[in-house]
Design a protein around this ligand. Structure first.
Ligand SMILES: *[C@@H]1O[C@H](CO)[C@@H](O)[C@H](O)[C@H]1NC(C)=O
Ligand SMILES: *[C@@H]1O[C@H](CO)[C@@H](O)[C@H](O)[C@H]1NC(C)=O
Ligand SMILES: *[C@@H]1O[C@H](CO)[C@@H](O)[C@H](O)[C@H]1NC(C)=O
Ligand SMILES: *[C@@H]1O[C@H](CO)[C@@H](O)[C@H](O)[C@H]1NC(C)=O
Ligand SMILES: [Zn+2]
Length: 648
């Protein structure tokens, strides 16, 4: 699914578009139309994607103009296809043909009839992304040159991963939130207004109801809240444990044993994944290492080698090899020829032949090694459903697409597998090593859950009108407090716009897919482990490695091949035998750690949860000349390309 596109569909358009009552109800003509459409759309899509690729891998004004032009051409094609499809009365067609029509008639914002409003909506979207992508934080206290500026990647991200200086982190946190969020506030509320018009013009009441249509369920919010209820005890235990460890570093004045955790101390700008603070949370220090970064660096692994290792894992399961075009056309390292490129890792499906590609500025770290597996999961999905009609070339639902590569990574990151790969030099199955390993995983997977949930809880309320521009920020922090137990380092009143400091808000990228992916990937993992016979002798789920299991690979491929041709419940059933998204395999995976945490937290007299009224004291030195936006290039992510991003 195009991550930047909001899909729209209307049931009343048949009437509107025809203007006559002689709609075509001959199914043979409809089949012929779909056939022609598929031939044409592939060409149109390819041209558009190519222009987009060219821009993102070489950010020049000329390439941007070409891309915008190509976008317009593609939009016109989509509108034409929509008009043509509207001439049919589909109500007596087979459900299969009806499904194709329904998906084909997703044409996004183009359904907005008022051309000036449509144009304004496109401009606002582009401007939101440009502002975000070009944000810099300037005037770091202690810098001799106070006009020196820092971009998020790599400077601010690196600082967050490594610094333990409370005030320095607070400066970076506030600087980033001031500089990226604030300038977007007015534009964002205009975007909400315009986008709401587009949604309404298509017969949906708000964004949530639109997304429910995409997910083919009518209770998406209830489903995710219910899943979170199952998972909440895991988070509360992890939260309490990490809070105690942070007190060890920063002291009780700054981290209150009964308070929420200051948002800037968890190794990540959004406190969304906490693996960067593993060093302080390690349950049993001095045990076997689980970080492969030192080996990757010491032995000089190249990005290409890292990709080859990942690709081999897929192949050994009997899945499809990456295509020749993949190896030829992908951009795997940041170019050193002076080009500016969008480094955010993404996987691309050009639809034509086997032209699939990756764009990633890979470095030799464990984090990137895992990201490679995530993105290769998208590539595998693309290749598996390549014979489907265009409208079915998509994940069963958006979370499925995000989960595939992560499932592979669950096997690959087991200490035993890393040992087999020669990436760690010792390996021993014992309970203490297990707890260390599960802690590392929990800091990525469990820590993420409340954030993955609250982003869209906020966005759905914004689009339903329950949250208004006057309380964007207050409600954002209310939800972050409620779900994450996170408090900003300084007071953030409603003059600010902190949601805008997260890429997926200005980019309008749906987020709940990541929450759901983190849940269902364990469901997939368990089903594949059973298929691989890994759990037969009572092996715990977290030690399972499906390496070289052709049976598991076949089962996965059977699901992936379906693409979006069936509702996701059918695809889920092929792999897991279940027709629901189920959080219990995630709980099972982390069971040993949960038990351990409960004991540990009780021993320390920690109470789970937090007092929402506690606030941290102001950071000690806190001087800054303020921040500014520096425009180095324009970034417009257009609607044409099928790109898949990572969660960051
Ligand atoms: C980048 O694009 C420009 C055109 O805007 C072109 O002249 C240049 O050769 C391209 N650079 C590379 C490395 O492709
Ligand atoms: C729409 O119909 C016209 C007229 O039949 C045809 O020329 C055109 O190729 C069709 N376009 C699409 C995208 O279906
Ligand atoms: C579509 O066809 C059905 C019969 O298959 C008919 O009842 C209905 O009135 C038609 N709708 C339109 C808008 O022509
Ligand atoms: C953030 O904005 C506030 C209000 O404008 C200002 O007082 C503060 O100094 C800014 N902080 C940074 C680090 O930019
Ligand atoms: Zn992804």
């Amino acid at each position: 699914m195009a991550t930047t596109l909001v899909f729209l569909f209307t049931s009343c358009l048949f009437v509107k578009a025809s203007g006559t009552d002689n709609l075509i109800s001959d199914e043979a003509i409809a089949v012929e139309f779909l056939h022609n459409y598929n031939e044409q759309v592939i060409k149109a899509f390819y041209t558009g994607s190519l222009a987009e690729w060219k821009y993102q891998t070489n950010l020049t004004e000329e390439n941007k103009q070409e891309m915008v032009q190509a976008d317009l051409v593609y939009a016109e094609f989509e509108q034409a296809a929509f008009r043509n499809a509207s001439r049919f009365n589909v109500s007596a067609f087979s459900s299969e043909i009806q499904r194709q029509f329904r998906l084909l008639m997703y044409i996004g914002d183009a359904a907005l009839e008022d051309k000036s409003k449509l144009k304004r909506l496109q401009d606002v979207k582009a401007e939101l992304q440009r502002l975000y992508a070009t944000t810099m934080v300037c005037g770091k206290p202690g810098d001799e040159d106070q006009s020196k500026c820092y971009s998020f990647d790599p400077d601010i991200a690196e600082l967050f991963a490594t610094s333990r200086d409370y005030s320095e982190l607070a400066w970076a946190w506030v600087g980033w939130h001031n500089a990226s969020g604030l300038p977007l506030k007015e534009l964002y509320s205009e975007f909400v207004e315009l986008n709401t018009l587009a949604i309404e013009a298509n017969g949906h009441t708000d964004m949530l109801s639109l997304w429910q249509w995409i997910y083919e369920v009518d209770d998406l919010e209830e489903q995710v809240l219910e899943m979170y209820d199952t998972l909440k005890p895991l988070y509360l235990n992890l939260h309490a444990y990490v809070r105690r460890k942070l007190i060890g570093v920063y002291g009780e004045d700054y981290v209150n044993p009964k308070g929420a955790i200051p948002a800037h101390l968890l190794g990540n700008m959004w406190a969304q994944q906490w693996h960067n603070v593993y060093y302080l949370a390690e349950p049993y220090p001095g045990r076997q290492p689980i970080d492969i970064t030192p080996t990757l660096k010491a032995e000089g692994y190249t990005p290409l080698q890292m990709f080859q290792i990942a690709e081999e894992f897929f192949r050994f399961l009997g899945l499809l090899p990456a295509s020749e075009e993949f190896w030829q056309n992908s951009l795997l390292v940041k170019p050193d020829d002076g080009r500016e490129v969008v480094c955010h890792a993404s996987a691309w499906d050009f639809i034509v032949g086997n032209d699939v590609r990756m764009k990633m500025c890979t470095v030799a770290t464990m984090e990137d090694f895992i990201v490679i597996h995530h993105e290769m999961g998208h590539i595998q999905y693309f290749l598996q459903y390549r014979d489907q009609p265009f409208v079915y070339k998509d994940g069963a639902n958006p979370a499925f697409h995000e989960a595939v590569g992560d499932v592979m990574a669950l096997s690959v990151s087991t200490p035993e597998h890393l040992y087999k790969l020669g990436l760690v030099d010792s390996f021993e199955n014992d309970p203490e090593n297990d707890i260390n390993f599960l802690m590392k995983m929990a800091l990525q997977k469990i820590a993420f859950l409340p954030f993955g949930l609250m982003v869209d809880l906020w966005r759905w309320k914004v689009f339903s009108g329950e949250i208004t521009p006057e309380n964007y920020n207050t409600m954002w922090w209310q939800l972050r407090m409620q779900y994450q137990g996170i408090v900003p380092p300084v007071e953030r009143l409603d003059e600010f716009f902190d949601p805008g400091a997260k890429h997926h808000i200005p980019a309008n990228t749906p987020y709940i897919r990541y929450f759901l992916s983190f849940v269902i990937q364990f469901q997939f993992h368990k089903a594949l482990c059973i298929e691989a016979g890994q759990l037969d002798d009572g092996k715990p789920l977290h030690r399972c490695d499906i390496h070289k299991s052709l049976k598991a690979g076949k089962k996965l491929a059977d699901m992936l091949k379906l693409g979006k041709s069936k509702p996701w419940m059918d695809a889920m059933e092929v792999l897991t035998g279940q027709r629901i998204m189920d959080a219990t395999p995630l709980v099972e995976y982390f069971r040993p750690l949960i038990d351990w945490l409960e004991v540990e937290n009780e021993k320390n007299g920690d109470t789970l949860g937090w007092d929402p009224t506690w606030r941290p004291p102001p950071p000690q030195r806190y001087t800054s000349t303020g921040s500014q936006i520096v425009t180095s290039y324009s970034l417009i992510l257009s609607v044409t390309s099928w790109m898949y991003f990572i969660v960051q």
